[in-house]
Design a protein around this ligand. Sequence first.
Ligand SMILES: O=C(CO)[C@H](O)[C@H](O)COP(=O)(O)O
Ligand SMILES: [Fe+2]
Length: 232
Amino acid sequence: MRGAADYAGDVTARINPSILSADFVNMERDLNRIQTADYVHVDVMDNHFVPNLTFGPQMVGRVQDVSPIPLDVHLMISDVDRWGPGYAELGAFSVTFHVEAATDPVAVARAIRDRGARAGLALKPGTPVEPYLELLPEFDQVLVMTVEPGFGGQSFMPETMPKLRLLREQVRRLGVDTWLQVDGGIALDTIAIAAEAGADTFVAGSAVYGADDPERAIAGLREAATSAWMEP
Ligand SMILES: O=C(CO)[C@H](O)[C@H](O)COP(=O)(O)O
Ligand SMILES: [Fe+2]
């Protein structure tokens, strides 16, 4: 039997709703609709690294001020050497950046950690994982994108799952506690696929905010992922 403990110690699946699907002019209200979330996923886009634009440090700082739940910041921006560590200084719980956006990913991760946040490495669907497997001890989480970054509401890409399997194997081999996150198209019908492949942390935007009852949606997702771990 492949139990949850194999994947994530004795934690339950972490569900991180993405406020990309929230109402930007009612952000505080929408943060209060997800009080059972593990972390709040914050998508920062610069219309350069990805063809979409959201917000920057000023807005994330205000979200940090009013959110009762710690922030999981996902940077989809260029030049994270310059901008990345500042998000840690705002008090984010974790700051995740795309490997292509850093001149020296390890140096950026160390700068983020030095400022008190967890450092995450993000991989787009077309970005291979092999060159980074040995770097796992430098990162607190790896984000395997399960859609092309830039927009919510896209379809889950199952072809990204082999990367997750390799990462899970490497986490076991090195004995590190690097969280494995998936982001994009995560819903009740896809979360089990990612959980079975080794993910322990799940971002969901439209599946949470598109539901009549976001907290019930969070509970359903958590239950679906945890059940997938328990299956023989
Ligand atoms: O990083 C992202 C997009 O680049 C978002 O976090 C992600 O797409 C969440 O939205 P959904 O769950 O609706 O796919
Ligand atoms: Fe994201």
